[in-house]
Design a protein around this ligand. Sequence first.
Ligand code: MG
Length: 168
Amino acid sequence: MFRIGFGYDTHRLVEGRKLILGGIEIPHATGLLGHSDADVLLHAICDALLGAANLRDIGYHFPDTHPAYKGADSKILLQDAYQLVKDKGYRLGNIDCTIIAEKPKINPHIPEMQRIIAQLLETGEDNISIKATTHEKTDAVGREESMIAQAVALIVEESFAFGVSGSA
Ligand code: MG
């Protein structure tokens, strides 16, 4: 009745793009580059959810060659990914994620990210854990050329979820 999934994503940081991370815009000199809004955290969460339900990955469902997803709001992709999980008979248990970025400071923005992601996934903020770390100035992340996000998701069979938790 329980399944877990893992998600990983990385995007380059470039000038001339807004930094969209965890569903919010963060003022910064550079932003993440991608076909969609390149929200690396939401993409990792999408893959964790899809992986938990054995539903392939974000690129399989929302290909980055498709014009419909150009500039796409990743909040919509996350909702669509979660709908696929729900359609398969599962509900979210909890998510734990790590953002790996040298700059900007992520911690002040975590409560707002938790609020937005909890809303999108129809759950309580206590089920959305977000952590942040740096790469200690090593490699592309440390040179502020990219960011990485990792996520794990627990999903619960719908019948069991409604039996034990009002937040599912
Ligand atoms: Mg991505």
